[in-house]
Design a protein around this ligand. Structure first.
Ligand code: TPP
Ligand code: MG
Length: 643
């Protein structure tokens, strides 16, 4: 026997699915000397595509059946049954984001619709740069019984399946046609999931027959592996160039994005801005990088920004973007920065983001780069007047928030304004609690108004702004942070998209507080429609009227009863005082609660001066559209190429 020949002891005979499950339980990440289990759970729904493969493997792992080789898992990876595959990916994303991308979950789905249901989740994870491992099941590799139930069948290629749709949505994709391919697929997925610049959805497609196939795996595949989450250091010359730009600037500002938080660079950011006196505007993912009442915190920037951030942005001659993608909401569709000489310094781990707006690309980890730039700027500060102006703008905006939080409109009109609901949540929530949202008019309101006090206290999914993320995403947040209360704020439209995981919250005894704002339609798209000349067409949940339009009476839906039927406790409230009382009850409880509150479809958010590019019809017979088009062209003229 040659040295290379595997001995009986150096291989272990397992199915492909058993090997996958075993592999998941021995992956760890490490950063700054802290080590943690990478997969905090496997979420799944079984169908014929995975029940006897991955399902059997999970059962065996849960029962700790002795495989006869003395192997013990390095960590327990619990299996959690979900209700909707898309929602399960949202839960994994919520979990991973709350864990600063150091931990995540895997999701298993059956072939066909079970798998394709995860496509939206894959896009959401990749766009938000959040690691999730997707394990869709696939058609038979052997094709003995093709076409199998739910097989796509394309006449131009028999190896195409619905799972090929994951390719453009994933940062890594592989299909394991043969067991021999599995180790490379698993290691490739781990490489991408743990790379801060590459991370997103990693997809390993598992044909249903291959899942059940046995193979002699080298035992090394199942050794504990610790993946270092790297902190790439910035190039010295670039730091010096960036420092020179800051020293020459008269009106510098920072735009802080999610990358600051994921890098754990919040303290470094605070030290940097306190030393240099450079104020900070925050993207949705960057809210929390400084507490709302820090004198250099300008709060939300861009389309849904504050007057504080947008006023400074309009004049800024140097923008230091840190861990930001510069989405259209952040740049107010490229109208936020109006100084003709504005320049950008982009601190980012991702090459894609580092070169945006023709910025100086400081390709590096946020914390490392902030510390290096801070050291290079030793002794530098903006004038006191600039610091004082930022602090004044911050206080002025907070006074606006105060007025909206306590407008008294609910008492006057008999139905609460949305901002009053946020005011009530603000009153009851503790500093470390987390507010969760994703779509509708709430994200904009939260972005400009929410008083974020803790670095992980604000969780709005705004890369994909996916209706239906709220409840499953919030459940993932709570799983990641059981010591924080999670306030899920959700509109009626988003609730109707995906209330399903309330059942999962009940099953797993995961406590969340859902604040369900019932305004009988789309306040957000309704307001947008009106401002763009489309008269709120099709944005209300109404019966058809006598003319055949969807503008009749309100529909008799009872979302409170719907939530109750899923097994959660529901509190129905009308007034502000009732709302505050209900939130306190929910907070004191150990169970999940849905607080159902009627709100005004027409309630307004404060205007922070930001614009958003949503094109208006160039020709129309409607006067409303013609007026909106004329207004649109005025804004359009302020858009800058930033080259
Ligand atoms: C899955 C999905 N479909 C469509 C949209 C477009 N969209 C954005 S907000 C919105 C309406 C949200 O309604 P609701 O949750 O009731 O919130 P409200 O606008 O009333 O605040 C729609 C349809 C989206 N973001 N996500
Ligand atoms: Mg609504």
């Amino acid at each position: 026997m040659s040295a290379e020949t595997p001995t009986a002891a150096s291989t272990v005979r397992l199915t492909v699915a058993q090997a996958v499950v075993r592999f998941l339980s021995c992956q760890f990440t490490e950063r700054d000397g802290q080590r943690q289990q990478f997969f905090g759970g496997v979420l799944g729904i079984f169908g014929h595509g995975n029940v006897a493969g991955v399902g059997q493997a999970l059962l065996e792992a849960e029962l700790e059946a002795d495989a006869g080789d003395g192997w013990k898992p390095a960590a327990q990876v619990p299996y959690i049954t979900g209700r909707n595959e898309q929602a399960m990916v949202h839960t994994a994303v919520g979990y991973a984001r709350q864990k600063d991308r150091l931990q995540t979950m895997a999701v298993t789905a059956s072939i066909g619709p079970g798998s394709s249901n995860m496509l939206t989740g894959a896009a959401l994870a990749t766009i938000n740069r959040i690691p999730v491992l997707l394990l869709p099941s696939d058609v038979f590799a052997t094709r003995v019984a093709s076409p199998v139930l739910q097989e796509l069948e394309q006449d131009y290629g028999y190896d195409v399946s619905v799972n090929d749709a994951f390719r453009p949505l994933s940062r890594f994709f592989d299909r394991v046609w043969r067991p021999e391919q599995l180790p490379a697929a698993l290691l490739g997925a781990m490489r991408v999931l743990t790379d801060p610049a590459q991370t997103g959805a990693a997809t390993i497609s598992l044909p249903q027959d291959v899942q059940a196939e046995a193979f002699d795996w080298p035992v090394e595949l199942f050794r504990e592996r610790t993946w270092r989450i790297v902190r790439p250091a910035p190039e010295k010359a670039l730091v010096e160039e960036a420092a020179a730009l800051v020293r020459a600037a008269k009106a510098p500002m920072v735009v802080a994005g999610g990358g600051v938080t994921y890098s754990g660079a919040d303290d470094a950011l605070r030290a940097f801005v306190e030393a240099t006196g450079i104020p900070v505007g925050q993207s949705q993912a960057g809210k929390g990088t400084l507490p709302y009442d820090h004198p250099l915190c300008l709060g939300a920037i861009g389309s849904t920004g504050t007057t504080a951030a947008n006023e400074i942005a309009a004049e800024a001659d140097l923008v230091i973007g840190i861990g930001t993608r510069y989405s259209d909401f952040t740049t107010a569709s490229r109208t936020a920065f109006q100084n003709p000489d504005v320049r950008f310094v982009n601190i980012n781990v991702a090459g894609l983001d580092s070169v945006k707006h023709a910025g100086l690309p400081v390709l590096a980890d946020a914390r490392e780069a902030l510390e290096a730039l801070g050291a290079a700027l030793e002794g530098f500060s903006t004038p006191d007047a600039y610091r004082e102006r930022a602090a004044r703008l911050n206080r002025e905006w907070d006074a606006v928030v105060d007025r909206y939080y306590n407008s008294g409109l609910g008492e006057r009109d008999g139905v609460l304004a949305q901002a009053e609901v946020l005011g009530a949540v603000d009153e009851v929530a503790e500093a470390r609690d987390v507010v969760v949202c994703a779509a509708g008019s709430l994200p904009g309101d939260l972005h400009c108004m929410w008083r974020t006090r803790d670095r992980k206290g604000y969780h709005v999914e705004y890369g994909y702004s996916c209706m239906g993320y709220e409840i499953p995403g919030g459940i993932g947040v709570r799983m990641a942070a059981p010591d924080r209360d999670v306030f899920i704020t959700v509109g009626d439209g988003s609730y109707l998209m995906m209330p399903t995981e309330l059942v999962t919250a009940v099953q797993e005894r995961v406590k969340v507080i859902v604040v369900l704002l019932q305004n009988h339609g789309f306040a957000s798209i309704g307001a947008l429609s009106e401002s763009r000349g489309s008269q709120r067409y099709g944005t209300k949940y109404r019966y058809r009227d006598e003319q055949g339009h969807l503008a009749g009476d309100k529909l008799p839906v009872d979302l409170a009863a719907n939530a109750e039927s899923l097994g959660v406790r529901v509190l129905r409230v009308t007034t502000r005082a009732e709302l505050v009382a209900a939130l306190r009850v929910a907070k004191a409880s150990e169970e999940s609660t849905v607080v159902h509150v009627e709100t005004d479809l027409y309630s307004e958010a404060p205007d922070g001066g930001g614009w958003w590019d949503v094109p208006v019809s160039e020709v129309s017979h409607l006067a409303s559209t013609q007026t909106a088009r004329a207004e649109y062209e005025v804004h359009k003229a302020r858009q800058r190429p930033l080259l």
